[in-house]
Every structure is written in C-alpha cells, then in structure tokens.
Design a binder for this molecule. Sequence first.
Ligand code: FAD
Ligand code: MLT
Ligand code: ZN
Length: 505
Amino acid sequence: MLNSWTLLISNLKNTKVFNQIRCASQVLPQLSSEKYNVRRKQFGNIQASDVDYFKTILSEDRVLTDENDILPFNIDWIKNCRGQSKLVLKPKSTEEVSHILRYCNEKRLAVCPQGGNTGLVGGSVPVFDEIVLSFMLMNKIISLDELSGALVCESGCVLENLDNYVRKRNLIMPLDLGAKGSCHIGGNVSTNAGGLRLLRYGNLHGSVLGVEAVKADGTVIDCLKTLKKDNTGYHLKHLFIGSEGTLGVVTKVAIHCPAMPKAVSLGFFGVKNFENVLRLYASAKSSLGEILSAFEMADNDSISSTVENLKLPNPISDYPFYVLVETSGSDETHDAEKLSRFLDKEMESGLIVDGTVTSEPGKMQTIWNLRESIAGAGLIDGYVFKYDVSVPLANYYSLVPLLRQKLGSKAVRVYGYGHVGDGNIHINVTVPKYDQEVCSMLEPYIFEEVAKLNGSISAEHGVGFRKPHYIHYSKDVTAIHLMKQLKQLMDPNGILNPYKVVPEV
Ligand code: FAD
Ligand code: MLT
Ligand code: ZN
C-alpha cells in the first residue's frame, strides 16, 4: 500500500512563494554591463524631448521616469542581471506600440520588451539604457471560441488568469509553468516556453494559432488567424515564437486551448536511483499511454532545498530521487484502473519505493507546488547558477555528479530536476554569493559537455543575454548566419532587445 496522506500541508499559493523569494535578498545585483564586460552600442541617448513625445502618445502615468518606479523593471527574477534603463513605457494598444517603435527606430533608441519579467536568461531586462516596453497593461481577452478552443488575447495577459478564464468554460491552457502567476502569454510565446504540460500538449509552435506582432519600424504584422490549418505561404508566426523580442514584439496571441480533462491524478514517488527513474518513465509511457500528462523528476538536493529554504513539507520520506507522474483523461474509472495497475506493477518491481497518489485538487496543488518551488528555493542559499539543457535520456543526469565532483565545497548545493519526458534537465548550482571563479569553472564547461552529447544548451528558457556567445555549442555556423540575416532584415537598426540572442561576430 502507498503511504496515505497524513501530513497537514498548507496550501501555499504560488504568489506567496514568489514574494518570499523576491524578498530574500535586498542587495542589488551588480550592473550587467560591468559583470559581463559589455560595451554599449551606438544607440541614441534619451532626451527630455523624447520623454515629452512619449507623453503625447501615452497618458503621463504610463511613462515612468522615477528611478524607484523603474528599478523592478531593471532587475531580473534571479537577481543576476541589472540594467540601467531610465524610461519604462506601458502601452495599452497595438497602435501605441506601433507609434513607440516607429519613433524609437527613427531616433535609434534601443528597446527592451518586457512581459512578466520571469525570464531566467536575462533577456527581459535592459543591459544599458534601453527603453523598457512593458506589456502589463495590454491584458484584455478578446475572444474565445468554446467549440474549437481558439482563445485570442492581448500579449500582457497573465498565464494563470487565462487558465482560470478558460477553465470556467471547460478548457485549459496548453502550457503550465511555475511562473504562471506572473508570466505573460506574450512572454511565453516570445520564449516558446515549455513547462509542465509539454509532454502532453507539445510546444507553442504547435499550439499557437496566430500572432499579431509589431516590427522594429512600427509595421503591424497581422498573422492573428485562429485556424488550425492555413498553408497560405510562409508560416510567419513562427518567427515571433521563441525569438525573445529580437525580431518583433508580440501584441496579440491566438492559441488553441485543449478540453479540460475530466479526471486528473497525481503521484509523487520515491525512487532508489536514476536508472530506475528512466525505467519508471518507460513503464509509465507504455502502461499509461494517452493519459500520461506529466513525468517530472527531482533529485534529493532539489527537494531538500525547498524543504529547508522554503519550509515546504515533503509528503514522503527521504529518497535519492523523486518522480511526479500526472495522468489526465476523460474517464475516471478507466484512468484509475490504468493508474492502479501501473502502481501495483512498479511497487512490486521495486521501481517505486514509496509514494503518495491523490486526485484531490488541493493535495495535487500542494505536490505541484513542491516541484514548482524548486526554481526559486536555491535563491535563499545566496546566488544560483542556472542551466537548462536537453540531452539524450541515457545521459540526462550525468552532468550533476560531474559538477558536484568538480566544484566540491565551493558550492552549497548542486542539483538536477526537470522534465524527463522532454529530455530537459535543469541543473542549479548554489553559492553564498556570485563568484567569478565558480562561474569560470561552470562555463563553458557545461556547454562543452552538452555539445559532446549533441544536446541543447538552452532547452526551454531561451538564449537571452546570458548565452548568445555560447550558442555555437548547439547551433551550426550556417544556422547562426541565417539568424543574423533575419535579424538584419527584420530590425536593420538593431534596436529590438540588443545584446540578446544573436551573437556578435
Ligand atoms: P519576460 O521574462 O518578461 O521576457 C522573456 C523574454 O521574452 C525576453 O527576452 C523579453 O524581451 C521577451 N518578451 C516578453 N514579452 C514580449 C512580447 N510581448 N513581445 C516580444 N518579446 C517579449 N520557462 C519554461 O520554459 N518552462 C518552465 O517550466 C518555466 N518555469 C519557470 C518557473 C519559475 C518559478 C520562473 C521564475 C520561470 C520559469 N520559466 C520557465 C521561465 C519563464 O517563466 C518563461 O520564459 C516565460 O515564458 C517568460 O514569460 P514572461 O512574460 O515573464 O517574459
Ligand atoms: C522549472 O522547470 O521549474 C523551470 O523551468 C524553472 C527552473 O529551471 O528553475
Ligand atoms: Zn522547466
């Protein structure tokens, strides 16, 4: 028998954990330009006349110039990057975005598009004095076709709000991530965010039906179709999915929302070693088939960081590895039978050593919360070096012990967790404070190891500011050349999110 749920676990809301983490350190991060030794490009400098012009397009309260008001827009979520922007603009419509960009392009003023600012690669904050273009006020839902599941909304809609909205209509958003309470759908599209449901619903190149975007020169590109099939010419929407605000800014999104599953169950299991995690994954795929909707793993140090740093309870005992298996289907009895056969088999085989299974929404939320909180728990240790790689499953975990050995006592913790079903592991290294020596031990070492395995140095978080100069570890030189040509075509003055994604010569 699996352990019954005996612990009284407070149902922490994501936002609470977010605030706890945000307040953990009040020390300002070093300026990105100094920390990473970057030279400012030849952009225009913002003049008082520019601010006055923006005030004629937007109401005054949507043009921020006060240092304290701007500070949060200059610092990224993991408090690694800090920009020096002096101006934040908050448009409310595509037309306003278009006016802003046309003006910036003419004056060669650089712009940093920003959604919920939950990005983990420094792409969402300026490096120097780029103008922050915040989408936080573009948050209207435009339409929902309940039969086809096509949702159309503005890019600043918060993912969780969209999910709550469509759930009332028996649909769900095709993506889910720990940052759902803050991240915007425009940010999700611009980063091609993966997350916890990718195994089931695929990535956003499949779910996004259309986008409206504005080019650097202010031209509005209308690809906001809601059709599943549309082979009229080039599929231009894909240029904006995952290009991290470097080719255009996303102002509206049309996305396919799948039907809300009628029966959902979640299991949290203790596993003896990593080989058994992979065996369990193979078994889950074959036994659970179409109802398997998530297969996540976390090693012991990942879970202990949430237990120790965020005081979240672990519902089972201490194990070397933990696996989270979610099933989502349409027939409760049929799904429960399948899950139960899988559990019986794998408890008997010993792949599952211990665990808990629940279908109660509150308890499922508590387990998900434990998994989703790993992202921020390490910040309490001081500083987190975050890596987001995909490698063949056989080598999925191999970098973690290598790094532990390499860093020894220099690291507080080295841990791995992630989306096994997608071959995507997150490796976090925590240290008391940012340390250049540790950084040099990690980079480019990790990227070299990933390249040897034919993996990707950025599985789902993007390239942002932190990885353009490492992109060649995962992209061929001809592909990088084409990226540069596209950038030149779409944004000849390079004003959109400079210093990000596209490597310099
Ligand atoms: P931001 O962080 O504001 O911006 C991200 C990038 O997109 C920047 O380059 C920015 O310039 C650009 N951008 C933002 N909005 C627009 C726009 N409208 N037009 C053009 N460019 C734009 N990521 C995953 O893939 N999977 C996960 O499971 C996951 N979990 C996370 C959990 C936590 C706790 C946190 C903090 C982050 C997580 N992330 C994850 C990373 C992050 O949440 C995603 O990348 C998310 O999609 C970013 O959305 P955002 O609105 O916060 O964008
Ligand atoms: C996750 O899967 O938790 C996110 O991608 C965030 C992270 O890498 O920490
Ligand atoms: Zn992830």
